[in-house]
Design a protein around this ligand. Structure first.
Ligand code: FAD
Length: 468
């Protein structure tokens, strides 16, 4: 290796957590190095996660909407799908964003080092590039932002027709029949894309419902709208084996809704969760504790058990979401710069960017029930929303949950088009301690889908007898 370069802050991993931390630290006057094994910045989210999936989901949504226009008196011919061009659109979106990040790093004088980083001790990281060249970098403080990767089921065969979300986003072909293993957000989003392009879907889920975490009343709306995309939704069921044959992947199942014989698929998407990369960075050499599952435990300033080494993002635990990683990154950078920053978010929103979208934040109704919290509900059905009806999409609803005593909003959930764009207002209301009157008396523009949030609060207000 060469002579040690020395930095105030070393950030390991350039995903949303890592680049946010690096940029904030640089803005606060610190000398920063950002280590990333891939050629582009942005991590999973920009390269193989949030962004390419949303580019494809946008294409799918426009395609579906165009088909639905016949009910408005406008008809098109059968869509012609040029898969290379679909892919190129998605890749263009990604490269615009990763290129933007590279420019932002240069503007802030953040040094980017490409290669795989591993701790040597509590003051040094060695970085090896793909030509086998290595260098050692000395740091004052470090921020571990090495993220996560998808879980691989051991019994699925190594075959190009079995892939994870990264493979699915490559969109190398449009299969006739695809199995989604795991009915969570990532699997269902990818299913939405493939289905719009013509694929028939099956999904298998070990638990008793799809989209775990969301209240069932929301998921029901999604299910009703999407029933036509699926041949078989296998709940309380798991895959137990698979065989790669010339004519397809033959998968066998066990459980409540398992078909008795093996089923044939052109493609199998495994989307059964993600594991943190904690065990792959030689954290022990720096004395940083890593749990059995590969997570790194941190305090509210994102500090690990080694006080000058921090960790953020997917590697510190659930929820594994980009917006959580970004905020944690800012806290870590500010703490290193000596500020009294803490991660004290009350709530972190979740969104399934399916069609319709399902979004929720804070307390859910299921949680209120299981924790014995008395809540007042305000539900506004989109069938009464002028905008939703005008859009031809009035299947959704907006639900707010208020503390039965203080009437402060504790949670909210929306199912419908653009639900993800709408849920931020509910998150803000919860963070600000708003009550039903605050939200209900806030004038929302008419006619918008966002109005439904004010309406849901008014519905709840109506049921709060002791309110002015
Ligand atoms: P990551 O983004 O995982 O980045 C970690 C980086 O560290 C990677 O670039 C990796 O190459 C690098 N790295 C790891 N080890 C080393 C090493 N030893 N040396 C050098 N570099 C290393 N979240 C949302 O909020 N919204 C969404 O819509 C959404 N959609 C998703 C869709 C898909 C298909 C997937 C897979 C995920 C999605 N997520 C979404 C989750 C989101 O991508 C993650 O929560 C987010 O990327 C986590 O950020 P991070 O900074 O912790 O780590």
């Amino acid at each position: 290796g060469s002579t040690d370069a020395e930095y105030d802050v070393l950030v390991l991993g350039a995903g949303p957590g890592g680049y946010s931390a690096a940029f904030r630290a640089a803005d606060l006057g610190l000398k920063v190095v950002l280590i990333e094994r891939y050629a582009t910045l942005g991590g999973v989210c920009l390269n193989v996660g949030c962004i390419p999936s949303k580019a494809l989901l946008h294409t799918a949504a426009v395609l579906e909407e165009a088909k639905s226009l016949s009910a408005h008196g406008i008809s098109f011919g059968e869509p012609k799908i040029d898969l290379d061009a679909v892919r190129a659109y998605k890749d263009g979106v990604v490269s615009k964003l990763t290129g933007g990040l590279a420019g932002m790093a240069r503007a802030r004088k953040v040094t980017v080092v490409t290669g795989v980083g591993q701790f040597v001790d509590a003051q040094h990281v060695s970085v090896q590039d793909d030509k086998g060249q290595s260098q050692t970098i000395k740091f004052g403080s470090a921020i571990i932002a090495a993220g996560s990767q998808s879980v691989k089921l051991p019994f699925l065969p190594a075959d190009s027709r079995v892939f994870d979300s990264t493979g699915a986003l490559l969109l190398s072909s449009i299969p006739k029949k695809m199995l989604i293993v795991g009915g969570g957000i990532i699997g269902l989003e990818m299913g939405t894309v493939y289905s719009a392009l013509g694929t028939r879907l099956d999904v298998v889920e070990m638990q008793s419902g799809l989209m775990q975490g969301a209240d069932r009343d929301l998921v029901k709306v999604w299910e009703k709208m999407n029933a036509g995309r699926f041949d078989n939704i296998m709940l309380d069921t798991k895959t137990v084996g698979a065989q790669a044959r010339e004519d397809g992947i033959w998968v066998s199942f066990e459980g409540k809704n398992a078909p008795s014989a093996a089923q044939r698929y052109d493609l199998v998407l495994q989307a059964v969760g993600r594991v943190p990369n904690g065990k792959k960075i030689a954290a022990d050499k720096a004395g940083v504790a890593v749990t059995e599952r590969g997570f790194i435990e941190v305090d509210r300033q994102m500090r690990t058990n080694v006080s000058h080494i921090y960790a953020i993002g997917d590697i510190v635990g659930q929820p594994m979401l980009a917006h959580k990683a970004v905020h944690e990154g800012h806290v870590a950078a500010e703490a290193i710069a000596g500020q009294k920053s803490f991660f004290d978010a009350r709530v972190i929103p979740s969104v399934a960017y399916t069609d319709p979208e399902v979004a929720w934040v804070g307390l859910t109704e299921d949680e209120a029930k299981s924790q014995g919290i008395a809540v007042e509900r305000g539900v506004f059905p989109w069938a009464a929303s002028g905008r939703a009806i005008a859009n031809g999409r009035d299947e959704g609803f907006t639900k707010l949950l208020f503390d039965a005593t203080t009437h402060r909003v504790l949670g909210g959930a929306i199912v419908g088009t653009h639900a993800g764009d709408l849920i931020g207002e509910v998150a803000l209301a919860i963070e600000m301690g708003a009550d039903a009157v605050d939200i209900g008396k806030t004038i929302h523009p008419h006619p918008t889908l966002g109005e439904s949030i004010g309406m849901a609060a008014e519905v709840a207000e109506g049921s709060c007898t002791d309110l002015p």
